[in-house]
Design a protein around this ligand. Sequence first.
Ligand SMILES: [Mg+2]
Length: 362
Amino acid sequence: MRIVDIQVGELSLPLAHPFKTALRTVERLEDIVVRVVGEDGSTGYGEAPPTAVITGDTKGSILCAIQDFIKPAIVGMDLDDLPAVMEKLNGCMVHNTTPKAAVDMALYDLWAKSQGKPLYQLLGNAKTSFETDITISVNPTEEMVRDSLEAVERGFHTLKVKVGKEGTADVDRMAAIRQAVGPGVKLRVDANQGWTAQQSVTIIKAMEDKGLDIELVEQPVPALDVDGLKLVTSQVDTPILADEAVFSPRDAANIIATHAADYINIKLMKTGGIWNALKICEMAKQNGVKCMIGCMLESQVSVAAAAHLCAGQEVITMADLDGPSLCATPPMPGGPRFEEAVISMTSDPGVGLRDIPCDNWH
Ligand SMILES: [Mg+2]
């Protein structure tokens, strides 16, 4: 099918609670959405969250990338030759992984629709449902304990706790949460690059000594400090997950080759979409490395695409796809069902969303 147009729009959704990490505080989700149109009038949807502090992409840069570089490169191409379209998308400019991801997922949506199949079945068809964790924002300890209990009450069995702002005080914070939720709940810790390598070793060992039973620690050190990441991974027993350190398949190859981390967190906004994410999955599979699928502050549009990748790939054994649960708005119709912790795939063709709340397509 020939691609005849790529349109953009803006999506603005309120969050149920402000989202706070070591890097930022956000109260509303303000994303660019993408609509790819095929020659038969069918459409595929994508979403680009401007996450300047992580990917460097801003609203303006996303719009410019799509309208001035990606659209002229892709429109007119034939989606039946998916590899050619994807190589062109990735080759038309460097970096800009967020706009590339939005267009990539919209193209995959349209491609799967043209075959009448749900996307996950074309991406490996590994599972029909899975569980996601939910993020607990950095706040005073009593607030984090309250949020954790509330999440468990809502049916979440795994909490991803944001720390990294206060060094060793994070140990006490995790101890308070563990004590409140009891032993049955899985706790993941995300430091978002907030510690040095030496601090990380001290803090993680202290958590181990206290028996806090932490499932994994995500990105303890700055993204570029791969040697530091490797040092932490080699010195603690708790598995270390690389997040900000892995954007591209090349980053993943480096982390795997040097064993700088135990697991890899794949996010479509870092890889530039499903095409490159599949390359990381293949590498991870060949090397026995497990992956998590994560998201930025994203709505159901792009998280649904990530859910398809997770359901398609066996090597993705952990999910951090809580974007839709953080929004205060009701679910959009079609596609994977997000019911608190459980994400279930449906038989809707493509990614599945029938319409998205955007009225300013241009
Ligand atoms: Mg992270």
